[in-house]
Write a protein that binds this ligand. Structure first.
Ligand code: ADP
Length: 577
């Protein structure tokens, strides 16, 4: 019968697949979206900045217009009857020109529609005041010239629907340029209307003023612009922004600060100076560079956040993998420990029963059975001790009884009690214990248990070559306890993990050798509580060497009775205190 192949994935692979689908995929999509929106933002930034610059320029032009409108209204706030009093008009004219140096000539040209006899014109300039009466009105060159200028300006400005109350006119007269330097004419007109014979409002002449081109070019903008740019409504962004005015020959008339770059936005300076240009830009950058800078900054921030996210994800995955490994290890631990407990118990029971029933023939056999019972009960004790100690450590209740002792003596005791078992299992035990070692501050029982665990492992994880070497000696202010075997060895990648609780190498012989996965975790705890270090050197197939390094000469500390806390264990004060 056809069987569907079943794909089995390890929990690590599942975790990675989950991370890719649930976390990495959305993160990648999010990053792409973010990148695209940044690119989009970059182009929108350019448009938005240009738009805001254009609006600033329009506001400046409008402000200048409002200024001149106000000036004209103020200057021609005169009653018709007053126009007969030439002295008063001259005074008024002088006052206006004094307060507003941009004003050149002021004029009134009156042409009442229903009464040609009342035509007159007044011109008031720095040279004085002239009134031209009806008799000279149409012949006077000044009046004719002014009427010509006005009518061309009016033709350009007005339409049937739009009759401006005030309007501006600017033209360049190349033939009248002085010394080849540019010269422009600027006028502001104030049209006048009166009711004619037919009862409609009809044109009745005009008033107005010409502006002083030299003053406007050289001083006017320098005077009014700083004040205008200080206005919060206009506000040009940042100290890098420059606002400038150019004439019809592209000569710079004004710049808010010296600049190096081309203007970003240029508009006509109408309605007051329609032939001139208002420009805005940056002193030493462009909108492109600005947008690029912003883009790069945002990109950097995004990348930074993304890398934080990735680091976070990796850490979480690692922690999760660890937890999963731990959970897995715990469940194996239970089955391993039950087996570890059952085997010696079964043996003890079997041999005890055999002895009890008197079925043993020889003393020798009986002796062997006693030894087996003894050995198995020791193994049992060792296992139970490990479990109990471990649970104490987990609950933070493990206490160490630190006493200044001779380490060599402790190790010799351990070997003596375990030697028979080792050699009986077919091992060659080589010991080398240096004499005259300095004393160290140790918990004798805990250290014995650590060394016993190492010896136990050396026996458990050896195959054909049954050799164990134990060395104790001084090494750089430390006492080194080495337990070496020629067993199965430990792959490099596993050498750190074997000290984790419940961890067991899942390859080769270890599968068949039962264990709790607690032995080395306990060794590490004990050694660290002694402020020591546990080292491992190992190569698969060649053997392993575990070295416990204990700090020597801790006698002072013992004498002071100073307890120290390390790695979560409470270390009891020395017994001799
Ligand atoms: P247990 O021996 O009960 O499994 P340990 O904490 O003592 O637990 O050891 C953890 C793992 O380290 C063991 O499962 C084994 O894979 C490996 N190990 C420990 N000591 C040795 C050794 N001397 N040689 C080879 N492998 C070892």
């Amino acid at each position: 019968m056809f069987k569907r192949p079943v794909l089995k994935f390890s929990s690590g692979a599942k975790l990675i697949a989950f991370a890719v689908v649930a976390v990495m995929l959305p993160t990648t999509v999010l990053s792409v979206i973010q990148y695209r929106s940044l690119v989009d933002l970059e182009s929108k930034t350019k448009v938005a900045v240009q738009d805001s610059m254009r609006r600033t320029l329009q506001r400046v032009a409008r402000e200048v217009e409002m200024d001149f409108r106000g000036l004209v209204k103020k200057s021609f706030d005169i009653k018709m009857e007053d126009l007969k009093n030439l002295d008063r008009i001259e005074n008024h004219c002088a006052e206006i020109r004094k307060s507003y140096p941009q004003v050149g000539k002021m004029f009134v040209v009156s042409e009442p529609p229903s009464c040609p006899a009342k035509e007159f014109a007044i011109f008031c300039s720095v040279e004085g005041i002239i009134r031209i009466e009806q008799a000279q009105f149409n012949k006077n060159p000044m009046v004719r010239q002014m009427k010509e200028i006005y009518s061309s300006a009016w033709m350009m400005q007005h339409s049937e629907t739009m009759k401006p109350d005030i309007f501006f006119w600017q033209f360049t007269c190349k033939s009248c340029s002085i010394n080849e330097s540019p010269h422009s004419h600027h006028y502001v007109f104030y049209p006048r209307f009166e009711k004619g014979n037919k009862g409609y409002k009809e044109p009745a002449g005009f008033a107005g003023m010409s502006l002083d081109d030299d003053y406007i070019r050289s001083e006017f903008f320098a005077r009014i612009m700083p004040e205008m740019l200080g206005n919060p409504d206009i506000r040009i962004d940042g100290s890098d922004s420059v606002l400038a005015i150019f004439d019809e020959y592209k000569r710079e008339l004004y710049a808010s600060q010296p600049w190096l770059r081309e203007p970003e936005v240029v508009i006509g300076f109408g309605p007051v100076f329609p032939r001139w240009r208002l420009a805005i830009g940056y002193k030493d950058k462009t909108i492109e560079s600005l947008a690029r800078d912003n883009f790069q900054k945002s990109l950097m921030i995004t990348l930074f956040v993304l890398s934080l996210l990735i680091v976070g994800i990796i850490l979480t995955l690692r922690a999760t993998a660890r937890e999963m490994r731990l959970a897995q290890a715990k469940s194996t631990f239970v089955s391993n420990v039950s087996h570890e407990l059952k085997t010696p118990l079964a043996l003890i029971r079997l041999f005890a029963e055999t002895l009890e029933l008197g079925r043993v023939k020889s003393d020798e056999k009986a002796h062997e059975y006693y030894r087996i019972i003894n050995n198995e009960s020791r193994r049992l004790t060792q296992l139970i001790n490990n479990i109990l100690d471990f649970s104490k450590i987990e609950a933070n209740r493990k206490e160490y009884n630190m006493v200044s002792s001779d380490v060599a003596e402790v190790i010799e005791d351990v070997i003596r009690s375990y030697e028979y078992q080792i050699t009986n299992a077919g091992f060659e035990l080589d010991t080398d214990i240096e004499a005259g070692l300095p004393p160290a501050l140790i918990d004798r029982d805990a250290l014995s248990q650590a060394v016993l665990n190492l010896l136990n492992n050396a026996v458990k994880y050896s195959e054909d070559i049954k050799k164990i070497a134990v060395r104790v000696g001084a090494r750089d202010h430390h006492i080194a306890i080495e337990v070496a075997d020629s067993g199965i060895g430990i792959p490099r990648s596993e050498q750190k993990k074997i000290f984790e609780k419940f961890y067991r190498v899942s390859a080769g012989l270890v599968h068949d050798t039962k264990g709790s996965g607690l032995g080395l975790a306990l060794v590490k705890h004990i050694v660290e509580a002694h402020r020591g270090q546990i080292l491992v050197e190992s190569a698969p197939g060649k053997g392993s060497r575990f070295t416990i390094l204990l700090p020597a000469s801790e006698t002072d500390r013992a004498a002071d009775g100073v307890g120290f806390d390390r790695g979560g264990y409470t270390v009891a004060e020395g017994a001799n205190n």
